[in-house]
Design a protein around this ligand. Structure first.
Ligand code: S3P
Length: 425
């Protein structure tokens, strides 16, 4: 797809449902007894991979335009899949489902696309093996495909080296099938959607600080879930509204869980004018975000805020490129093992656009304020790379071309249409 600089962005929008919460609703609904109804489910390719996997294990899941209906069969109701489970591009599906499959009484094999087959799985294989799970990387490279032989599991207290909700969730889900309590302590708190939702489904789960604990064999019961809009998807429109002169955008019903709202905190520190309206705090908190164009300045982003904005760092790079002064990002080595190596790729293409950016071992340094010019970007099978450079193009001279642009369907089908609707020439 090709993009040009725009004059301004104006209007109101509702962004699609949260990806992390949509995945979990299908997974936990499948393990619960009775009907789970999910509204505002994200119809992105990643979440459809999760639906597919549970259907292959005998769960009836109806996908209607208004609601997803999941007829759960309880903790021990899954059946052996008749074929390999295809995770597509989804790291969340791969890692969380591994925790569930580890405690079953059958064998299964998981695979996925070229990106998934390069992503590290040792981080879940290690703790799950400590619990007694039998997981093998088929090609012996600690990546998918994974072969899992369901086994009796033991409760452990796992101290994770990375702040990763996917690792934490895999261990907690295996803990549903363990012979005693399971605990996970992480170096910094990662997103806590698993803790909130499993508790809502009836699990005996407590979270305190950086430790979550779960008791085995709960009776999970079907629930109603209204998925909030995804702040990670809203991030592109927040950035667009801030960097394009004269813009004013109202983004409705966005999830503002404190383990995900780092982008709001950083944007404000950079000088952003963002107002939260219509805040709701029952269950997962939400608000409408009113974003107005603002002159931005560089900041340092490091430490325990990193997990709360890890997926937003590519688009925060774009904001930093348009800000006056220097932005330093540290403690974000996790960027190298996302859908692509997001340090290398951001440095490669932002440099090509004329930005002064240097990659480091755990982040990047950006001297902002230089005018950007269009370039050709390859998405590298990474939805967040494609969307970040679509936003950069709005403030860049000349033409920007994004190859592999349809990868946005992973987390945001309709992204380009929503963007085009707000752009005013
Ligand atoms: C996710 C957790 C994060 C995030 C990913 C979704 C989740 O990954 O990057 O997009 O739904 O649990 P890590 O837990 O590996 O940091």
């Amino acid at each position: 797809m090709k993009f040009q600089k725009v004059n301004t962005l104006k209007g109101e929008m509702t962004i699609p449902g949260d990806k992390s919460i949509s995945h979990r609703a299908v997974m936990f609904g499948s393990l619960a007894e009775g009907l789970t109804e999910v509204s505002n489910f994200l119809q992105g390719a990643d979440c459809l991979s999760t639906i597919d996997a549970f259907r292959k294990m005998g769960i009836e899941i109806e996908n209607t335009p208004e609601k997803i209906l999941i007829r759960g069969k309880g903790l021990h109701g899954l059946q052996a899949p008749s074929s390999v489970l295809d995770m597509g591009n989804s790291g969340t599906t791969t890692r969380l489902i591994s925790g569930i499959l580890a405690g079953q009484t059958f064998e299964s094999t998981l695979t996925g696309d070229a990106s998934i087959q390069k992503r590290p799985m040792k981080r879940i294989m290690e703790p799950l093996s400590m619990m007694g799970a039998k997981l093998v990387s088929v090609n012996g490279n600690d990546c998918a495909p994974l072969h899992i032989t369901g086994s009796p599991l033991h409760g452990i207290h796992y101290h994770s080296k990375v702040a990763s909700a996917q690792v934490k969730s895999a261990v907690l889900l295996a803990g549903l099938y363990a012979d005693g309590e399971t605990r996970v302590t992480e170096p910094n708190l990662s997103r806590n959607h698993t803790e909130i939702m499993l508790h809502y489904f009836g699990a005996d789960l407590q979270a305190e600080g950086k430790t979550a604990r779960i008791a085995p064999e709960p009776r999970l019961e079907g629930r109603q879930i209204d998925v909030p809009g995804d702040i990670s998807s809203a991030a592109y429109f927040i950035a667009a509204g801030l960097i394009v002169p004269g813009s004013e955008i109202l983004i409705k019903n966005v999830g503002i869980n404190p383990t995900r709202d780092g982008i709001l905190r950083v944007a404000r520190e950079m000088g952003a004018n963002i107002t939260l309206l219509n805040e709701k705090h029952d269950g997962e908190p939400t608000a409408d975000l009113l974003v107005k164009h603002s002159p931005l300045h560089g900041v340092t982003i490091e430490g325990d805020i990193i997990p709360t904005l890890i997926d937003e760092l590519p688009v925060i790079n774009i904001m930093a490129a348009c800000a006056e002064g220097t932005t330093v990002i540290r403690d974000a080595a996790e960027l190298k093992v996302k859908e692509s190596n997001r340090i290398d790729i951001m440095v490669q293409y932002l440099s090509a656009m004329g930005c002064d950016i240097t990659g480091t071992d755990d982040g990047m340094i950006i001297h902002g304020g230089k005018p950007l010019r269009g370039t050709v970007v390859d998405s590298h099978l990474d939805h967040r790379i494609a969307m970040s450079f679509a936003i950069a193009s709005l403030a860049a001279g000349g033409e920007t071309e994004i190859k592999g642009s349809d990868v946005v369907n992973i987390s945001y089908p309709g992204f380009y249409e929503d963007l085009a609707r707000l752009c005013k020439s």
